[in-house]
Design a protein around this ligand. Structure first.
Ligand SMILES: O=c1ccn([C@@H]2O[C@H](COP(=O)(O)OP(=O)(O)O[C@H]3O[C@H](CO)[C@@H](O)[C@H](O)[C@H]3O)[C@@H](O)[C@H]2O)c(=O)[nH]1
Length: 471
């Protein structure tokens, strides 16, 4: 008999592609179903997306089709935000996705879209066998709560959210203060805000939501989303916490110099610095970060890739990157630190025993990759929902420390950088010790969630039964 077939669609940007590739891999291996992934990528300039697709294809767990990119220049203003562009691209890809599904010999019975693909769910109505449509939130449950509650807040809050004096109350959840707003809420007249409102209304029109967190990590928020109360009445459909789903360490085919360097460092002594697939800093902030790392006296691996926009367009070159470092920095820190200007093997780095901390932009993928390895975090949130993530990690979960002010609001000085790095990595600091202990507890809990009978394992089976992927 044919295996049941699940269709996954990813939106442009590595932060969206990687989670869908990993979800596909997990569905295929745990449920033994046939998985097709339609990848809407940023376009031909994104070699990192192409590489991620190539690596996932090699695993042979899923059938992956990269859909040819369509031009959206006439659909959005040139200065439109990244989110507006992603959403516009997904909208423009609807006919291509429809054609791809219609031409499939074996029709999928379930369609899963990500946060920016909710408009594609209506395609399910045109395909006979496609009876269920789900949304995959590659981030956490608090973000899900905020997005589905946004249409309520939109009516309740007068003026701009940035001017609120009282944090926004979401039933059953931690209130959302000005330091936790998602980037798309900053200006209500901006098109990306309107898109988020629409997404908030469309999520409850799905058959349910899969979310990349686990029961024990966000119990209160998940309960509020599911059981009784105003939020669950708005949510309407079941929520399945199935995380953490993250990339795993790759088999090493050839020596990787970063890992060889890490092999020579003492255990838990190195801070890994990386601001995700799209995070960049100003020239001034890069200087302060460099001075701060040097001042901390700690070992480091710093991924200082050439600044690239989220949709894969390079805006600088390697020489420019080195030129943004203080004079003599590379010489003075040689032996103590490594500056990497290329795409780094992040999961392999975070899995290495000599890593003691991660200075991260708090993209949820990076956060989970860190937590599943028990690595504590210095939160350096930049954009998207990263402000929320930093608060969640510091105030609720207790696995991170954060900068005293949002890095988007002011330059974080070298003394502060040095102190944060020392706290998280150096053995003697009390606050750091507490955070490290918590990070280890969370690692253990993350592992349990995915053991046989663990909360996420149960949750995915419950979901798969509900949509007839397994009997
Ligand atoms: O040199 C690098 C840099 C990044 N990565 C990987 O790239 C991914 C980055 O993902 P993530 O940490 O989630 O960051 P973004 O790409 O910035 O993710 C976007 O999508 C996430 C999931 O929805 C959101 O949480 C973020 O805020 C949003 O910016 C991770 O798997 C990293 O391991 C590398 O392997 N090497």
């Amino acid at each position: 008999m044919d295996q049941p077939h699940a269709l996954l669609v990813s939106s442009p940007g590595l932060g969206h592609l990687i989670p869908i590739l990993e979800l596909g891999n997990r569905l295929s291996s745990v449920l033994n179903v046939h998985v097709t992934i339609l990848a809407v990528t940023s376009g031909s300039s994104s070699s990192t997306e192409t590489e991620a697709i190539r690596a996932a294809t090699e695993r042979k767990a899923c059938e992956i089709m990269e859909l040819p990119s369509v031009d959206i220049d006439n659909l959005v203003e040139p200065d439109a935000t990244v989110i507006t562009k992603i959403v516009a691209k997904m909208r423009a890809m609807k006919p291509a996705v429809r054609n791809a599904v219609k031409s499939m010999k074996r029709k999928p019975i379930v369609m899963i879209v990500d946060l920016f693909g909710t408009e594609l769910m209506s395609l399910a109505d045109d395909v006979d066998d496609l009876t269920a449509k789900y949304v995959y939130i590659a981030s956490h449950a608090w973000l899900l709560a905020l997005v589905v509650y946004l249409p309520v807040l939109d009516k309740m809050v007068k003026g701009e959210y940035v001017e609120i004096e009282e944090p926004l109350k979401i039933p059953g959840c931690k209130p959302v203060g000005p330091k936790e707003l998602i980037e798309s809420m900053l200006y209500r007249s901006d098109r990306q805000y309107i898109e988020f409102l629409r997404i908030g209304l469309e999520i409850p029109m799905s058959n349910g939501v899969l979310v990349n967190t686990w029961e024990e990590l966000q119990e209160n928020t998940l309960t509020a989303l599911r059981e009784g109360g105003e939020l669950s009445r708005i949510m309407k459909v079941p929520v399945y916490p199935i995380g953490p789903i993250v990339r795993t360490k790759r088999p090493v085919k050839k020596p990787i110099c970063i890992l060889e360097w890490l092999d020579m460092q003492p255990e838990r002594s190195v801070v890994y610095v990386c601001l995700g697939s799209g995070g960049t800093l100003s020239f001034e902030q890069t200087m302060e970060l460099a001075w701060g790392l040097e001042l901390s006296g700690q070992r480091f691996v710093w991924v200082l890739r050439k600044p690239a926009s989220y949709l894969g367009v390079s805006s600088s070159d390697d020489e420019h990157v080195s030129a943004s470092l203080p004079e003599g920095f590379l010489n003075r820190t040689s032996g103590v630190g490594l500056v990497v200007t290329e795409w780094a093997p992040q999961v392999d780095i975070l899995s290495h025993g000599s890593i003691g901390g991660f200075l991260s932009h708090c993209g949820w993928g990076s956060v989970l990759e860190s937590l599943t390895k028990g690595v504590p975090i210095v939160a350096w949130p930049l954009y998207a929902e990263q402000w929320m993530n930093a608060t969640l990690l510091t105030e609720e979960i207790g696995v991170a420390i954060r900068t005293s002010e949002l890095p988007s609001k002011r330059i974080i000085g070298r003394e502060e950088v040095a102190s944060l790095v020392r706290k998280i990595v150096a053995e003697e600091d009390e606050e750091g010790k507490k955070i490290r202990v918590k990070a280890e507890e969370v690692r253990v809990s993350s592992e349990r969630a995915w053991t046989q009978g663990g909360s996420s394992h149960r949750s995915i089976l419950e979901w798969a039964k509900r949509c007839s992927l397994v009997s």
